[in-house]
Design a protein around this ligand. Structure first.
Ligand code: SF4
Length: 271
């Protein structure tokens, strides 16, 4: 019987780190997959390049535009429909946002030069370089951003990192002589040998990558590194299009909806 507990290790606008205790791998992995694949986000999907005098190929430019993060927080995309669920023919304000880009060189074209038809949906960062124009070169583009899911294309994935690791566990063999070499071998500076107190201190166990460099460095097997089976460190980092907290909430909602469908189906089948 699992009695899961969750603690926030750190949180800011781009990164959220949780300590999850007493859970199972399939559950934590389901949250991870839902965050990456099932949280809707806006990204440029259709690009009409009317003029491109730059040395960059049209395909590369379109790819760069697609990967430019656009503000997609839940309050901004509320009421919008996924492109393939909208009943319009091409795009409408319900499923898409139009962008235009007009520039003449000499100029470094940045994401801030993308002009949105909706003041709320715009590039997250102003300073993403898109292309360089030489004297007299011209760029004229029309584009449409649509709501999509990470399972269809990485540009619709709000997460740049979404991963977990089992909670590291470091133990020392008290039956052999203390081996300070293992502390010196740690590339992350997690272990600190204190020759006065004849101890090796663990400074931040949660930063341990379980690389086992310390274990390999110890000739007398003084140190051992393992992990706790049902405790996890879970990290979500986003591209700024939405906060990690929003991603996590939406991921849980999506998972909950799928579970509800399954429950309803099972109940119906039992009648
Ligand atoms: S497993 Fe790697 S990161 Fe962890 S304490 Fe050992 S050397 Fe350092």
């Amino acid at each position: 019987m699992f009695n899961m507990e969750i603690e926030v290790k750190s949180q800011n606008d781009d990164e959220l780190v949780l300590i999850i205790r007493d859970a199972e791998i399939p559950f934590v992995n389901a949250i991870r997959r839902s965050a990456m694949m099932s949280v809707p986000k806006i990204a440029i999907e259709d690009v009409n390049i009317i003029r491109n005098d730059s040395s960059m190929f049209n395909e590369v430019l379109a790819h760069r535009l697609g990967l430019t993060p656009l503000v997609s927080s839940l309050k901004h995309v509320e009421g919008m429909a996924l492109a393939d669920e909208c009943d319009c023919n091409d795009f409408c304000p319900k499923c898409g946002v139009a962008f235009s880009l007009n520039a003449v060189g000499p100029k470094e074209v940045y994401s801030k030069d993308l002009i949105s038809s909706d003041s709320k949906i715009k590039p997250v960062y102003d300073t993403i370089p898109l292309v360089k124009l030489k004297e007299g070169e011209e760029l004229k583009i029309e584009a449409v951003a649509k709501l999509g899911l990470g399972k269809d294309h990485a540009k619709w994935m709000p997460t740049t990192v979404c991963a977990y690791k089992q909670y590291p566990e470091i133990t020392f063999n008290e039956n052999v002589e203390i081996d300070y070499d293992c502390a010196d071998a740690c590339p992350r500076g997690i272990l600190k040998g204190d020759r006065r107190s004849k101890k090796i201190k663990i400074l931040d166990i949660e930063d341990c990558s379980m690389c086992k460099s310390c274990v390999r460095a110890s000739v007398n097997n003084y140190i051992n590194v393992g992990y706790q089976e049902n405790n996890f460190i879970f990290k979500i980092e986003t591209d700024g299009s939405m906060t990690p907290k929003e991603v996590l909430l939406k991921a849980c909602d999506e998972l909950g909806e799928k579970s509800d469908k399954f429950i309803k189906f099972s109940e119906g089948g039992n009648k």
